[in-house]
Design a binder for this molecule. Sequence first.
Ligand SMILES: NC(=O)c1ccc[n+]([C@@H]2O[C@H](COP(=O)([O-])OP(=O)(O)OC[C@H]3O[C@@H](n4cnc5c(N)ncnc54)[C@H](OP(=O)(O)O)[C@@H]3O)[C@@H](O)[C@H]2O)c1
Length: 348
Amino acid sequence: MVFKKAIHKGGGSMLRLGVIGTGWITKQFVEAAQENGSWELTSVFSRSIEKAEQFGREFSENVKGYRDLHQFFSEGNFEVVYIASPNSLHFEQSRQAILAGKHVIVEKPACSSPAEMKVLQRLLRRYNNVYYFEAARHFHELNFLKIKETVKQMDTIQGATLTYMKYSSKYDDFLAGNEPNVFSLNFSGGALQDLGVYLVYDAVSWFGLPDSVSYTATKLRNGIDGKGLALLNYSGYTVTLNVGKIANSYLTSEIYGLRETIIMDNAADLADVQLVDGATKRILTQKTAANPMAAEVSDFTSILQDPLSLDNKQKMEDWLAVSVQVNRVLYDLRSSANIVFRADKEFR
Ligand SMILES: NC(=O)c1ccc[n+]([C@@H]2O[C@H](COP(=O)([O-])OP(=O)(O)OC[C@H]3O[C@@H](n4cnc5c(N)ncnc54)[C@H](OP(=O)(O)O)[C@@H]3O)[C@@H](O)[C@H]2O)c1
């Protein structure tokens, strides 16, 4: 596929982008960035220089490939890095990016543990002109914000049941005896980290930080969670999260008020949202872009084009505070199910 060079649509400066990882999600991100019109891909890091160059050529003739991370950060002609590597690598790659003065957009989940998160928070205080974002795509969508606003207006909240369970094509590989990264403790994988993170974002953003949490996991042969049920206890109600990568669920998700219920087709891929009260139904669905990463790219763009704005700095700090809470809840959930990553042993 050949992409035209980005057309500069916005009023702000062009943002030069470097990417880590050459999977489909990186492609989707770069496409969203190009559609936004304010980005130019200049540098690609991969374990293979051929792969990096091939990936780059799909977007422009002028992209440079790297297989040495230090060189990528020190010589790469970019100010923003998008990191879409296996989860366990996010921390070290983000750390090196911040040290190199690059703004970071890191795929979810941003870090494996609160210990890693704390190191990055400390570093960000020192390099306080660097922006750091966790790419939690649905968090930036209008449907997500509409639900947040509607929950805020509800007089009574009596809990929620949120589901995100999708059979992963990588599970076929796991069943064949292999260990793909997303089903590996060594790469901080599992259903909770990979898909549960969206639901934890929902809960923390819509209801706040829970008082206590627990996770009952269906573990696979290596101890990773293939699916599971998480309980988030709040004062007066419980939020149930149903996550999985080894089965498909077609359940809708719900938030319970007194008589009214918010119903969404899927708690992470928010396409259809309604407020139902008996026979009365109000459609809350907002317009969404075709590329699921368009909303987050739009938010990151407006901030990064005006990095000196105190409002922008505040926005990033607010989002970082949510990332930190999500990271803590994910850690507490998996700790309750005795899921231990290699990253936990390497980083104490
Ligand atoms: N926002 C979303 O909708 C969404 C969707 C999917 C995934 N994600 C996130 O994106 C990240 C990547 O997911 P993915 O499924 O693409 O992961 P992946 O296929 O396991 O790895 C992603 C890339 O990292 C590199 N890589 C793979 N194994 C590696 C290893 N052992 N050591 C070093 N580098 C390795 C590969 O690039 P090279 O071969 O070029 O080095 C690969 O293309 C994850 O954090 C995931 O949670 C987000």
